[in-house]
Design a protein around this ligand. Structure first.
Ligand code: FMN
Length: 355
């Protein structure tokens, strides 16, 4: 089979394909476990992961911490002990507690974006857990890596570069999203890879670069490797799998979507996001939907001022109400036209020759 393994310190991932974390509830133990079992790195999303736990209504923080434990253990059971990761967004209210709970449950990798993960090294100290920031620009990569070097005398175990075609929250201004060309972003990727070389030399360690956003098939993977990346992170394509943790109607919404069904929305997280243009998205464009109750998700959110409650919108969607909920999608969702198993999808990604 093609593609070289991804080496993250002493962790070997058989194929250089990371499944991107997807919240709320889209990538939990079933999907992440299956991806890791099939030789990739499966990643759980911690965002309101306990949404269907009985105590969630009463205490979201506790329900989420317990669910983090449960899903990491379960994913590692499915993967037969192969490495499993978790995506924890910096913007979350209980960021530090979620990191510590993940480590306690034996997670191998933490990937952290939606903000700059400045304190991540502190929260994982004395553990073997590997850490990676998500960045969209050379500037963000520099800020994080310089800060980690100065404050903690360490660097990233790997780095995820998320480009403008990704799904979910995006590290770009709305106007940038339409104007950046593939060629321009390829040169940003190369610049980030160059920047990272200084830190590789300083710390005498390899920092694999993983590229995400709009990667659809084997030829896209080969293209990213040709730029100098060590692997890719793919999310949207994993939604259309039998093992994806979302409701079947959510997966069907992906199959039914075409390019014209995509909209860039404003999120209470404070970043733009790419989503399906459904009834919900049309509604929030016209007028705000008052927040009836707060689920304590974001560190910086004023329920009286936000245009809608993002937790409610994402939970409604993952439960299958794809008209009235928020369905995040990557820019290539229009090309997804069937539901397959994770095994089939991984086989497609791997190709049959080295690229
Ligand atoms: C449904 C959905 C939910 C997502 N949720 C998160 C999340 O909770 N945290 C995060 O850092 N990224 C999130 N992302 C971004 C993905 O992890 C990934 O980096 C990106 O979507 C890759 O682009 P692709 O979907 O075109 O493959 C989400 C993406 C999708 C499609």
């Amino acid at each position: 089979m093609g593609l070289k393994p991804l080496q993250i310190g002493e962790l070997t991932i058989k194929y250089p394909v990371i499944q991107g974390g997807m919240g709320v509830g889209v990538s939990r133990s079933k999907l992440a476990g299956a991806v890791s079992a099939n030789g990739g790195l499966g990643v759980i999303s911690s965002a309101q992961i306990g949404y269907d736990e009985p105590d969630f209504e009463k205490d979201q923080n506790l329900a989420n911490l317990n669910a983090i434990h449960k899903h990491i253990k379960k994913a590692k059971e499915i993967s037969k002990g192969r490495p499993v990761g978790i995506n924890i967004m910096v913007a979350l209210k209980n960021y530090e507690a979620q990191i510590k709970a993940s480590i306690k449950a034996g997670v191998d990798v933490i990937i952290s974006g939606a903000g700059l993960p400045m304190h991540l090294p502190e929260y994982v100290k004395n553990s073997k857990c590997k850490i990676a920031p998500i960045v969209s620009s050379e500037k963000a990569a520099m800020i994080i890596l310089r800060n980690w070097a100065k404050k903690y005398n360490r660097t990233a175990d790997f780095i995820v570069i998320e480009g403008p075609k990704a799904g979910g929250h995006l590290g770009f201004k709305k106007e940038q999203l339409n104007s950046i060309t593939d060629t321009e972003y390829d040169s940003e990727i190369k610049k980030i890879i160059d920047t990272i070389k200084d830190f590789e030399e300083k710390f005498n360690q390899k920092i694999p670069v993983i590229v995400a956003g709009g990667i659809f098939d084997y030829s896209d993977i080969c293209h990213m490797l040709s730029l100098g990346a060590s692997g890719v992170q793919i999310a949207s394509r994993f939604v259309a799998t039998h093992e994806c943790d979302a409701d079947e109607k959510y997966k069907q919404a992906y199959i039914d979507a075409s390019d014209k069904d995509i909209e860039i929305i404003t999120s209470p997280v404070g970043m733009p996001g790419r989503a399906l243009k459904n009834k919900f998205v049309k509604l929030i464009k016209e007028k705000p939907i008052p927040v009836e109750r707060c689920f304590n998700c974001l560190e910086k959110c004023n329920p009286a001022k936000v245009p809608y409650c993002i937790t409610k919108a994402l939970i409604d969607a993952v439960r299958g109400d794809t008209d009235n909920g928020l369905v995040f999608v990557g820019a290539n969702v229009g090309r997804i036209n069937k539901i397959v198993s994770v095994h089939e999808l991984m086989q497609e990604f791997i190709g049959d020759k080295l690229c």
